[in-house]
Design a protein around this ligand. Structure first.
Ligand SMILES: [Zn+2]
Length: 150
């Protein structure tokens, strides 16, 4: 980290400890050029993911909601809670690695569908029928056909 006094590019950390609230790390640094000392704080980035619904409404991304919708699709299917939890982890990680912090529900749905398709076709079709809002038998058949083509 650059020295704020002389602009030298190198400073060394001489002390590092958690701040009072334990949410930040306080570091005491010393410039290798001018030997002046200063303090920096390191904090975890906690920007929440925002979900944008079809109607434009926004809400905080809720992992539990995703899990519940998958549970419904996986009812009486040979899919374990652990598998679903792992899907949630992967989906969440994927979303967090994106630059944009506003995510459309469509993206979340597509990610979940990709995962379900690989572990259980029936659960996938059930989930897709809710998510894609199949209104008629044709769209439903299209989804089935796509599965067959794979
Ligand atoms: Zn300096």
């Amino acid at each position: 980290m650059k020295c704020p006094f002389c602009g030298a590019p190198d400073t060394k950390v001489i002390d590092s400890r958690p701040s009072d609230d334990d949410l930040k790390i306080r570091r005491r640094r010393e410039c290798v050029e001018c030997a002046k000392r200063f303090t920096t704080y390191e904090a975890i980035e906690t920007t929440p993911l925002i979900l944008v619904k079809k109607n434009g409404e926004r809400e905080a991304f809720d992992r539990e909601k995703v899990l519940r919708s998958m549970l419904k699709a996986c009812e009486k299917r040979p899919v374990s809670a652990e598998q679903l939890s792992m899907i949630c982890d992967r989906v969440e990680k994927n979303l967090q690695n994106r630059l944009e912090k506003e995510i459309s529900t469509e993206i979340v749905g597509e990610l979940v569908m990709d995962e379900l398709r690989q572990i259980d076709k029936v659960a996938y079709i059930r989930f897709a029928s809710v998510y894609r809002d199949f209104r008629d038998i044709e769209t439903f058949m299209e989804a089935i056909q796509k599965l067959r083509d794979e």
